[in-house]
Design a protein around this ligand. Structure first.
Ligand code: BGN
Length: 316
């Protein structure tokens, strides 16, 4: 009898100890969570979220055909609409982006188009769950517009900010009509994203056309020494770029379905550079004498605006 009383007592003590242990665990963990949520900008929290972030899906949800809004909204309206974007840079909140992409736009006198462009592009890039920065590179007054040179500057300056893996070379007057047209790069080959433009009835101008919007990894861009810096005025620099790709034993990949359609914004057609034919002819011998490796510029300003990074440069 006394024996069974002892056994019962022993059993009750074990149960009480177990209960106290569980209560201690519960209270201790509760206070840990409280500490984290009270200080949610601390490094502890940041590292916890980074650890928890999974890679974004290969195909983002919610992509499809887009409505094009060609209205030039005020800066105030657009900035308010995208209040989550800071310093022209954004990354997905709930997953880790598959690529870090720099969108580079050579720019001149088309402020209205830039507003339409940013209003259209930011939602697309966010839906595609990319980590991205938008670089608008402007040439100071003086020499004629040099699209290739401005891309080269954008490439170098973007890499000073972050280890971007992919560079999308983009005209400001082109708006993608479908966001299945993903703004990422392929390590296999440079990519031409502009399969068709409305002003040309969505027909490809010529097979080797490589203008409008194209995408290259950092390695691909360096492998061809970037753009030539010698094309001042309109035309030819994109054809020269295409040749550099081919001479480097790569080929161009182009999306051929409806996803590659673009709407263009109207502007006065620039007068062609009369020297472009001659410069284009000497392309092969210039490839390693004229490009990223010979790029010289004066950076007059680099401003991290809310919706883009604005650079003004001088050709030197
Ligand atoms: C081509 C231009 C391209 C331009 C497309 C589309 C030239 C070089 C001629 C030998 N090429 O004719 O630069 O992107 O038209 O407008 O001018």
């Amino acid at each position: 009898m006394q024996h069974s009383f002892k056994a019962t007592l022993f059993f009750v003590v074990i149960i009480i100890q177990g209960f106290l242990f569980c209560a201690w665990i519960f209270i201790y963990r509760g206070s840990m969570y409280e500490q984290i949520s009270r200080n949610d900008t601390s490094n502890v929290m940041k590292s916890l979220t980074t650890q928890r972030k999974r890679k974004c899906p290969l195909v983002s949800p919610g992509l499809g055909q887009l409505k094009i809004d060609k209205v030039t909204h005020s800066w105030e309206t657009i900035e308010k609409k995208f209040s989550k974007i800071k310093d022209g840079h954004h990354c997905p909140e709930n997953c880790k982006a598959r690529q870090k992409v720099a969108i580079i736009i050579p720019f001149r006198d088309r402020e209205n188009q830039l507003r339409v462009f940013l209003n259209h592009m930011h939602p697309i890039l966010m839906r595609q769950q990319l980590e991205y920065g938008i670089y608008v590179v402007e040439q100071s007054k003086g020499l004629e517009f040099n699209r290739g040179f401005l891309f080269n500057v954008g490439f170098k300056e973007a890499l000073k900010d972050s280890d971007y893996e992919c560079f999308i070379l983009h005209d400001v007057d082109l708006l993608p009509e479908n966001d299945y047209n993903t703004y990422t790069c392929s390590t296999d080959h440079p990519k031409h994203l502009t399969a068709g433009i409305d002003k040309w009835n969505y027909k490809m101008l010529y097979t080797s056309y490589f203008g409008g919007v194209s995408g290259m990894t950092r390695e691909q861009y360096e492998a061809i020494n970037g753009f030539s810096n010698s094309f001042f005025g309109w035309g030819g620099e994109d054809d020269d770029l295409y040749n550099r790709v081919i001479w480097s034993k790569m080929s161009v990949y182009r999306i051929i379905n409806d996803a590659g359609k673009y709407t263009s914004l109207q502007h006065k057609q620039a007068v062609g550079n009369s020297k472009r034919f001659e410069v284009l002819k000497t392309g092969k011998e210039r490839m390693w004498k004229d490009g990223l490796n010979t790029l010289k510029y004066n950076l007059l300003q680099k401003t991290y605006k809310q919706l883009y990074i604005h650079l003004t440069v001088n050709v030197t």
